[in-house]
Design a protein around this ligand. Structure first.
Ligand code: FA5
Length: 377
């Protein structure tokens, strides 16, 4: 019973009793009525209503028993009524008290049941990210060259014209600079090869090749490094170009490195990266810092060399530029060109990833569309 007990608002009729036994019977009825109502008081509101109905000071039933049954009762019944009233009152008070304790305990255990952790509920599922496809290509290529004894080095993205061009045998006004038009910085102060401060413009490097020079300046041969990193060119973004993209430079210099070592390394890398059935070919090309220079082509990964739209029906796809280090470059780093030889290559990471996964638009890498990125999870 939530609110009102049945006898709420009840006006007690005069006691209908002429003997102590009848008095006892009337009180027994009243007590039974209380017990019934008490059993239905199952929460705090119900308990309060029960208390007010029976113990309310002005019109509670116990007060009414005093006023309507006890006070006007005949002298010979007064004792019996008084005694029964005391017993009823004591019973009502005790029952109300124990009911209250029971209701509070039940409310408390209901609250703690509500607050208890439900270990059977499913946990919070956090969406797992994945490595970006370019990062995966970096790691894959690094792993291949680490297994060949190369180490991974990195260098500044802001370069001097000396490292980006001159020391790579690309003097000012050389036409090779046109292909690599880039972003120049306002900050004019930098260091020359001897570490002396000079005034020169800085530029965002156009390739990772400056690290060939910086590495050879610092250490004598043997050198076996790869240089992953960002490079910048003033190219308009399209399906195969970005104004920022990634390269991995490779450089190996030692006393006895031949064109055969170069060819073997390149073939091994291409097979490891694109698959064991891929064939390579070297096509004559030109870079001011390698001689001879080549473009490395691979049999088309899409048609297996038969000829398709992607390879323009030639069966071959251009992979990257490379060559034997031009002896003129050794002059800039004080290596003895008669004693040492080596090779270098420059991989375009976006293009290699496009080839490997048949991605038709280079811009997809940078648009952060999870539908694209999820495919590489
Ligand atoms: C170079 O940058 C030379 N430094 C590579 C090299 C290193 C040759 C060592 C010899 C020895 P190239 O300009 O071709 O070469 O660029 C190399 C690769 O970068 C290209 O094959 C291509 O995959 C990628 N690339 C060039 N321009 C862009 C561009 N705008 N967006 C995305 N990738 C590009």
């Amino acid at each position: 019973m939530d609110a009102n007990p049945i006898s709420a608002g009840k006006i007690l009729p005069p006691i209908d009793a002429a003997t102590p036994e009848q008095v006892a019977a009337r009180f027994a009825e009243l007590r039974a009525q209380f017990d019934g109502e008490a059993a239905g008081a199952s929460n705090e509101n119900g308990w309060k209503a029960l208390r007010d109905t029976w113990l309310g000071r002005k019109s509670g039933l116990i007060t009414q028993v005093t006023d309507i049954w006890l006070k006007p009762s005949k002298t010979e019944l007064k004792r019996a009524v008084g005694q029964a009233l005391n017993e009823l009152k004591a019973h009502v008070e005790a029952a109300l008290q124990s009911r209250r304790v029971a209701i509070e305990a039940a409310a408390e255990s209901a609250a703690s049941a509500r607050e208890r952790e439900d270990l059977s509920l499913p946990g919070v599922m956090r969406a797992l990210g994945s490595r970006h496809p370019l990062r995966q290509t970096f790691e894959e290529i690094e792993k291949i060259f680490l297994s060949l004894g190369y180490s991974v080095v990195s260098g500044p993205e802001m370069e001097t014209p000396y490292y980006n061009f001159e020391a790579l045998n690309i003097p000012e006004h050389h036409p090779a600079r046109d292909n690599m038009d880039t972003f120049y910085m306002a900050a004019p102060f930098t260091e020359n090869a001897q570490g002396k401060p000079v005034v020169a413009p800085l530029l965002l490097r156009t390739h990772t090749s400056p690290m060939q020079i910086r590495t050879m300046e610092k250490q004598p041969p043997p050198v076996r490094i790869i240089v992953p990193g960002k490079v910048y060119r003033r190219d308009n973004p399209d399906a195969t170009h970005g104004f920022m993209f990634h390269q991995i430079e490779g450089l190996a210099v030692d006393t006895d490195i031949t064109f055969c070592d170069f060819k073997g390394t390149v073939e091994y890398f291409v097979r490891e990266f694109l698959g064991p059935n891929i064939k390579t070919r070297l096509r004559p090309s030109y870079f001011p810092f390698t001689e001879p220079s080549v473009e490395v082509d691979a049999t088309c990964v899409f048609c297996g060399g038969k000829g398709c739209n992607v390879c323009k029906h030639s069966g071959w796809i251009e992979l990257f530029g490379a060559g034997m280090v031009d002896p003129a470059v050794y002059g800039f780093v004080n290596y003895d060109a008669k004693k040492f030889s080596g090779f270098a290559f420059g991989l375009g990471v976006e293009r290699l990833t496009q080839l490997k996964y048949n991605i038709n638009d280079l811009q997809l890498y940078f648009q952060n569309d999870v539908r694209f990125l999820r495919q590489f999870a």
